[in-house]
Design a protein around this ligand. Sequence first.
Ligand SMILES: [Zn+2]
Length: 478
Amino acid sequence: MTTYLIKNVSIVDGTSKPRFFSDIEIVEDKITRVGQDLQNENAVLIDGDGLTAAPGFIDVHTHDDTNVIREPECEPKITQGITTVIVGNCGISATPAMLQDVPPDPMNLLGNKEDFKYPTFQDYAQAVEQAQPAVNVAALVGHTTLRNNVMDDLYRPANPQEIAGMREQLKQALKEGALGLSTGLAYASAFDSSSDEVEQLAAELTNQSAIYTTHMRSEFEPILDAMEEAFKVGRINKVPVVISHLKCAGAGNWGRTTETLQLLDETSKEQTVGCDCYPYSASSSTLDLKQVTDEFEIFITWSESCPEHAQKTLQQIADETNQTLLEAAKMLQPAGAVYHNMCAEDVERVLQSKHSVIGSDGLPNDPHPHPRLWGAFPRVLGFYSREKQLFSLEEAVHKMTGKSAQRFNLLNRGVIKAGAFADIVLFDANTIKDVATFSEPKRKAEGIYSVFVNGGLAYQNKNIQSQRYGQFIRRASF
Ligand SMILES: [Zn+2]
């Protein structure tokens, strides 16, 4: 591998400490030295010329499970400086999966039946290693995926044998390096599971340095109860809890992040809890009939039964077809949607919370994806840190790197220091910005110059390099 010397860069090292001017030496896959006036005759010199060097961004919340194998260039990720993705969120993972039929909603976000071909976690890890994507990959095990393996009907609680079956599969996946368990209790395919079912499963995480993440049972009016339910799973099992994409959804719920963040803060004094979030006031997923409302705009990104209605608002479709919103939504199923269901102040408060880290929640299989897929990380740096001054650059980078690595137990990642993996992004702090929009979502961020993954140059001057360097990351206790 090429040895690199990056000269004259302002280093924001991922720990939140103030930036400092220095050089960085990369040998093989590691950062070997950080210091002034470094010399190395064998190194390729990169003149940082006043740019900022930060640890490669860690996207803690993705649905790239099968995409990192099918599209290993990972263009939406690497172009925004992301060097590690965590997959398997919201209860849906590509492994360990044994599908009898088409994937139930929302597992269909990850791909079609033929994409679920990893009956064991080890099968999946090997497939990632073989594909060698541009970014590193670490994975959670999804509760809904486990349910779908052992249950003939997802719309009821699991019985004791089924819970035992799921526990066995989770235990094996943890042995093979899974980061932990995720749930997606708001979705119909997991909504009927009891708290007890989840608590029993999470018992497998105890003393394993593993984590519990959850797309909670509700992000609407009963959100505080949903948070309590999530915290209890962690409390009784002594396991860290991450609330996925913490938000207050629904017009009647706007402004209540004061309450949710207070509860998060109080709970953090008793047990290890945190959240992730994306920097937009619109969410996106499959089209959920329970979320159909005229209180805010719902934009249809795709529809299997009526593809001609994709990329229109639900209201438009209802008007054109002379139906109510709900009738139109039923006609479109299965479908994908962007819901403009949050208020800007809530998004800012969650971003600013000391308990949050950044995750894009991007949906790579959506033909017209929410812009977070291509823009989430530069948006935090450009719009929220530089323009709105919600937090310093150091704090913003910390929320995307060091803090994320710590929380998800990724060893030697997320920091710039000697001995760490050389995952590095070079960007211009004065110009970095997201340019992906809701109408034109597939656009590369601006202001990103180079991205290194495990010491290899993966992206430079807006060009994805042909060589890929991503690794599969197993949980740190292994
Ligand atoms: Zn989710």
